[in-house]
Design a protein around this ligand. Sequence first.
Ligand code: FES
Length: 156
Amino acid sequence: MTANGYNKEALSQVISDFQARPEMLVQILQALTKRIGWISESAVRQLADELNLSRADVHGVVSFYHDFRTTPAGKHVVRICQAEACQAMGSRELTVHAEKVLGVTMHGTNDDVSLEPTYCLGNCACSPAVMIDEKTYGRVSTQRFDQLVDTLREGG
Ligand code: FES
C-alpha cells in the first residue's frame, strides 16, 4: 500500500474479482472504496486501462455517486441527511451549525473529520438523522450534535 492508499496489485485483484467487466464499474468502485476508502487519480487511470474505458467514463461514474470519494477521508466521517423528511425537521440548520462546530464546509475534510451529505438513512421517523462513522443517530438537535462531537473528540 502506498502513502495515498493506492495499490496497483490490490486494484488488479478487485478488477479481476469482477472478471474485468466494464459494466461492473460501479461494483468495482464500491469494492475499492470498501478496501481503500477513496478513488485516487492513479486508480482512475488503471480502471480505465484495465476495463478498456476512457478516463472520462470512469470520472463520470465516480462523480455521479455521492458515496465515492476522490480524496482521503478525515479520521471520522459525519453525514447529515439532506433528504425531505430530515429537511422538514431542520437538517439544513443543523448543517450550518455542524459546519461551524467542525470548522469544515459540507463535502470538506480537515484532519479530524469529513462532513458529507447523505440522502435518507432510513431513519425518517427520527429526523433529522445523522450518521457518524457507521452509527446512525436520530432527532439530532444542535445540542445533541455538540454532545456527539464532544464524544468523538474525547475518543480521538
Ligand atoms: S429523510 Fe433523513 S433519514 Fe430519511
